[in-house]
Design a protein around this ligand. Structure first.
Ligand SMILES: Cc1cc2nc3c(=O)[nH]c(=O)nc-3n(C[C@H](O)[C@H](O)[C@H](O)COP(=O)(O)OP(=O)(O)OC[C@H]3O[C@@H](n4cnc5c(N)ncnc54)[C@H](O)[C@@H]3O)c2cc1C
Length: 496
């Protein structure tokens, strides 16, 4: 028997490590609640993780098996469980963040010490962080060149889904874990308790139920979402993806974050859509499908940026000589978090975040630009808030998005290109539909007034939407201040 350790791959289908283990022997699956990971978690993500684990456990139960659940340092828990179950080998899929790599190194070390075989597989991405390099052999820092190579490389097909015959019977698991408890004094592990399919509550892990609705979890829900997206929206994605009210994006990010659907399966489905695109009436339907694939590549681009530069989690990717002198006004940052800045598209985005633990991509760019270039607040405040509140928080993508908006990242928005939040709203939500959905104070207000809110007189505002706040800053003034701030940090003359 082999022990398969689930981490950010909460699925049975298209799971490389699991399929390889199942090809060799029967498999017992395990999830370990790691205190180091929980220390970085949030209410939203714990709720979402538990929902994903419930779906995973059910998928195993449907196959006559079950999910083992343990708590503790994986480097202590896994050797004890593997020894207790007489497992031949511990198998898992690689994860590329700094914390995950440190944890995996510790697990490898202890398993080697106690003489238990182990094996890690490449599953999470289509192309590993080391696979795509410049002709000089360096990692890419410019996306467009990375994308061309990513697009042109062959991709692996989905792998097979293990069935009941490949898995350890649930009743055997129950017996084995009883035996394991009695060997819990193992010197490599101390006392290890393993439950069979018994998942904790957020409360028992020290977290609260989130206010936001985190959405459905699991492979079935992910597949339904993917199928619905590929039926029609993908063919309009190229033209419509920047318009939040049109809702054409896939909303797969949270499923991908928890690994509830395999990336090979998603990519193979987009290739089928590419074939179907040839017969579609939509203009440039194939280009639209490719545009979607290009977003998947952005995720892998940021994964490799993080892999090769783990310090970007807390440091600017671009090191400005004197550092940027952020203003960091606590009241302004709080108004931004609450969605009460008096800039409608910004407030709509921040309220979508509060309600759904999700924000549309264009709006993420707008709210991030507003925080850094209108409020002159350090991008780390925004990143920390997103990390706390987004269900799809993914270190590489979140950090990449923030450093892009703050102009401190790799291949970032140039510092002098500062989004105007009014014209962004007007362009991408012309009828103020998205705004009306999340900002009830502005429902029924003429879109021209909504997009011109900063220019309205106090009387006009009081008449149109008495409960909606006045703009907390003047964009034109802050734009100039932002330019000065960046030029100083770069050692340039602010007056030029
Ligand atoms: C400030 C900021 C923070 C962000 N934080 C995150 C985050 O924590 N997690 C996250 O997955 N994405 C993040 N993004 C990227 C992007 O906003 C989301 O991936 C996207 O909105 C998710 O919605 P979707 O699944 O409908 O995307 P779709 O448009 O359907 O795209 C499909 C998939 O491609 C990937 N993708 C799309 N856009 C990007 C992008 N710009 N960068 C990297 N990957 C992308 C995601 O996996 C996404 O699910 C952030 C962007 C910004 C500007």
């Amino acid at each position: 028997m082999e022990l398969f350790w689930h981490r950010r791959d909460l699925r049975v289908a298209d799971n490389v490590g699991l399929a390889v283990a199942a090809d060799r022997d029967t498999v017992a699956p395990i999830f370990v609640f790691d205190p180091d990971v929980l220390a970085h978690a949030s209410d939203v993500r714990v709720r979402r993780l538990l929902d994903g684990l419930t779906a995973l456990r059910d998928a195993y139960r449907d196959r006559g098996s079950d999910l083992l659940v343990a708590h503790g340092e994986p480097a202590s828990v896994l050797p004890a469980v593997a020894a207790g179950l007489d497992a031949e080998r511990v198998v898992w899929n690689r994860d590329y963040s700094g914390l995950a790599r440190e944890r995996d190194a510790a697990v490898r070390r202890v398993l080697d010490e106690v003489g238990i075989a182990r094996e890690a597989h490449q599953d999470r991405v289509l192309h590993t962080p080391d696979a795509i390099r410049t002709n000089a052999g360096d990692p890419y820092s410019v996306y467009s060149y990375y994308w061309k190579k990513w697009r042109d490389r062959g991709k692996d097909a989905p792998v097979r889904t293990p069935e009941a015959v490949d898995l350890v019977d649930a009743s055997v698991l129950v017996d084995s874990t009883a035996r394991l408890e009695s060997t819990g004094s193992d010197e490599t592990a101390g006392h290890v308790e393993v439950d069979v399919g018994d998942l904790p509550t957020p409360d028992s892990l020290g977290f609260a139920e989130p206010d936001a609705a985190v959405g459905p979890a699991g492979t079935e829900a992910a597949r339904e979402r993917l199928d619905a997206f590929l039926e029609d929206d993908v063919f309009r994605y190229g033209d419509d993806r920047d318009y939040p009210a049109r809702r054409v994006t896939s909303r797969l990010s949270t499923f991908l974050k928890y690994g509830e659907i395999g990336i090979r399966e998603v990519y193979a489905a987009t290739e089928e859509a590419m074939t179907a695109a040839a017969d579609r009436p939509d203009e440039d339907a194939e280009g639209s499908v490719e545009e979607f694939q290009a977003q998947l590549a952005w995720g892998e681009f940021y994964t490799q940026v993080l892999f090769h530069n783990p310090e970007v989690v807390t440091e600017n990717y671009k090191t400005y000589e004197a550092g940027i002198d952020w203003r960091d006004d606590p009241e302004e940052i709080t108004a931004w978090k609450r969605g009460e800045t008096g800039y409608p598209i910004v407030d709509a985005g921040m309220r979508q975040l509060r309600e759904e633990a999700y924000v549309h991509n264009r709006v993420r760019m707008i709210v991030a630009s507003f925080l850094t270039k209108d409020l002159l607040a350090d991008w780390r405040h925004g990143y920390d808030h997103f990390r706390e509140t987004l269900a799809d928080h993914e270190t590489g993508n979140d950090n990449g998005g923030w450093q892009w908006a703050a102009s401190t990242g790799t291949d970032a928005q140039p510092y002098f290109r500062i989004f105007n939040p009014m014209t962004q709203g007007e362009r991408y939500d012309p009828d103020a539909e998205y705004i009306a959905e999340y900002v009830p104070e502005l429902r029924g207000v003429d879109p021209a007034v909504v997009h011109g809110w900063h220019e309205c007189s106090p009387t006009q505002r009081a008449n149109a939407a008495p409960d909606y706040p006045d703009p907390i800053v003047d964009h034109a003034v802050r734009r100039e201040e932002a330019l000065t701030m960046y030029k100083r940090a770069r050692g340039e003359d602010p007056d030029e």
